[in-house]
Design a protein around this ligand. Sequence first.
Ligand code: ZN
Length: 282
Amino acid sequence: MRKLLAMSLVLIFVVFAGCAARTPGQGSLPIVPLAEDNPPKHERYYLNSPPLLEEPEQPPASSGEVQMVRSPLQEGEKIVALTFDDGPHQHTSRILDVLEEHGGAATFFVLGYRVENHRSTMERAVRLGNEIAGHSWNHQDFSLLTEDEIAWQIKSASEAIAPFVGSSPRIYRPPYGRTNELVRQVSQRMGYAIINWTLDPRDWENRDADHIYDHIMSTIQNGDIIVMHDIYATTAQAMERVIPRLIEEGYRLVTVSELIAYLYGEIEPGVVYGRDYDVPMV
Ligand code: ZN
């Protein structure tokens, strides 16, 4: 019965993805080429930020298993993928509270080295239907790494996540969103798609909940992938207003993998979804 249900859902996605591909417009594709005058500025904070203080957590009773419930979009229903980088962190729980209260899912791109100290947060995120994927082991700029180092960063983060999600993720987000030809080749060989973003409220820079809310609500479009960071109290605070407002405006809050499934069908390894912050190889 579960098998039959899963097959039906796959079929629904295939049909929907076909429709979406033929009808550009409001549900237009979220891949946006990087403009010359739009250099990668994401997460510049990371260079100078002091270490964040936090409490270690108790280990979970058992590892979680993702139970995704997906259904076809209703007429006029829009989708958005909220994504949070650099956690897990103590503020992640506050974001999970809001998602649980209002009924939405998000994707958390976590740093592998942080997972062990936040096992119960990881378990809860998965139990609530959120997606967890890697953001490297320790936030290195992939465009500066060798082939082996890139592969190690991707693999180590995935291995830290796998016990919580039941399998290795098929997607990841490189630190700063930076890629180059080598990063894309390694990703393709290892079977990973690269997920960047289409909307950046620059929460790391402004650290202001009102600014984050205003930026998102004034620029959002159907099919957007929003990049934020669950390591800031101001981002968690903003989500307390952003999430219910998006739902009020007819958005369904889906994971990135769900968003890609709705818009494209299959996730393709080596492909960059969202803006490509390509750094030429030297
Ligand atoms: Zn990051």
